[in-house]
Write a protein that binds this ligand. Structure first.
Ligand SMILES: Cc1cc2nc3c(=O)[nH]c(=O)nc-3n(C[C@H](O)[C@H](O)[C@H](O)COP(=O)(O)OP(=O)(O)OC[C@H]3O[C@@H](n4cnc5c(N)ncnc54)[C@H](O)[C@@H]3O)c2cc1C
Ligand SMILES: *[C@@H]1O[C@H](CO)[C@@H](O)[C@H](O)[C@H]1NC(C)=O
Ligand SMILES: *[C@@H]1O[C@H](CO)[C@@H](O)[C@H](O)[C@H]1NC(C)=O
Length: 336
């Protein structure tokens, strides 16, 4: 292995930035270049509420890998929560309720019930927080990561330690043949880079409102959620448009979201709207974290996190980085 290997990371969303940061932690002399079309505020990652509540469909290639990704991710964020930098990095603890009028199963989550400190049924008294007719509920303690802070913080740390960030579109892996190793963290962009038809956008839209009085996250039927964040900013959602590529804001979606959220908290009607945002979740089952030798170029893929990429970024990045280090040290290229 070269003393100072040249590493490219495609993508500056939560996956690319986390992979770049963890790789730099492991190999401080690596020459890391992040290449991305879009940074910080323009990424899908920046649209996310970033709550640690995986969809129960979330998975890696085996059950053990899925569990490891979630456990590693949880501990990564918990370690940040114990540090004085937590708020600056956008990480905060958050209590959360899931309510449903009809479906008991949506109030359960086998992926985190043994992981978060508290996961219990809602009490009779707590069920009254939900719209009339609500039969089922759970409360759990979790956390949330705001990419508005996490991405700039991670980027600053990377650059201070010698990484470079360049803006540009990678048209093919062949254009990166001068690198010793490439991490493909292109999110939905991987669909075209890899001709991967298993990768599908799931369109989401949210409203950011100023409502510092909201203290808990609330989930209801029909993808309804109210998620408080730092600085009094609350995320209202949501919608899920399978295979939709439309990044335009829809006023019909916004009206629908607001109406559903007001069923829980009527005062949200009067909250100041800060922004409407739309993002395409890069959905793939399973999430792809694996090496591939492409015309002699060592590539490690890390994409397809769907609606779960913020919370699971660290776990998948730890695996991608380990795969990358082994790949870099192997002489597989020389055998060709
Ligand atoms: C409404 C909504 C709510 C969400 N809520 C949550 C939540 O509460 N919790 C959670 O964990 N997740 C949530 N998510 C999901 C989360 O946003 C995604 O899983 C995550 O952002 C994926 O990160 P990424 O880095 O893979 O993709 P992105 O953030 O899309 O980043 C991809 C990067 O690759 C670059 N790129 C792509 N192709 C190329 C190319 N050819 N050349 C150069 N650069 C390229 C892009 O410019 C960008 O920099 C939500 C998503 C949405 C839309
Ligand atoms: C680091 O990588 C950049 C981008 O590929 C390259 O221009 C530069 O020469 C590299 N530096 C070293 C010391 O190899
Ligand atoms: C998005 O909005 C732009 C500008 O209003 C419009 O030209 C475009 O057709 C819209 N795209 C879709 C998919 O509706």
């Amino acid at each position: 292995m070269k003393d100072q290997p040249n590493i490219a990371v495609i993508g500056a969303g939560v996956i690319g930035m986390t992979v770049a940061k963890l790789f730099q932690d492991q190999l401080r002399n690596a020459n890391i270049t992040v290449i991305a079309e879009k940074y910080s505020a323009d990424t899908t990652s920046d649209v996310a509420a970033g709550i640690f509540k995986p969809g129960t469909h979330f998975k890696g290639s085996t059950k053990e890998i899925t569990k490891k990704w979630l456990t590693d991710s949880w501990h990564f964020w918990q370690d940040i929560l114990k540090s004085p930098d937590a708020e600056q990095m956008g990480v905060m603890p958050l209590g959360s309720y899931i309510f449903s009028k009809e479906n008991y199963h949506v109030t359960r989550n086998h992926l985190i019930e043994g992981l978060v400190p508290i996961y219990r049924p809602a009490t009779k008294e707590e069920l009254k927080m939900a719209p009339e007719g609500t039969k089922f509920g759970s409360y759990f303690s979790t956390l949330k990561v705001e990419c508005e802070r996490y991405l700039p913080w991670t980027g600053k740390t990377l650059v201070e330690r010698g990484a470079k960030m360049i803006r540009g579109k990678v048209e093919s892996f062949a254009s990166l043949s001068n690198y010793d190793l490439v991490f493909n963290c292109a999110g939905l962009g991987a669909k075209y880079l890899c001709n991967d038809y298993d990768l599908v956008p799931i369109r989401g839209q949210i409203i950011k409102v100023n409502a510092p009085w909201v203290k808990h996250a609330l989930y209801g039927d029909y993808d309804t959620y109210i998620i408080p964040g730092l600085n009094g900013m609350v995320t209202l959602g949501g919608v899920r448009g399978f295979d939709s590529y439309n990044l335009n804001y829809s006023k019909y979606d916004a009206a629908d979201i607001l109406e559903r959220c007001c069923e829980f908290l009527p005062d949200l009607k009067n909250a100041e709207v800060i922004a409407h945002k739309v993002g395409l979740r890069p959905h793939r089952m399973p999430v792809r974290v694996e090496p591939e030798l492409i015309d002699g170029l060592k590539v490690v893929h890390c994409y397809g996190h769907g609606g779960n990429g913020v919370m699971t970024a660290p776990g998948t990045a730890i695996d991608a980085v380990e795969i990358g280090l082994n790949f870099l040290r192997s002489n597989v290229r020389n055998k060709l």
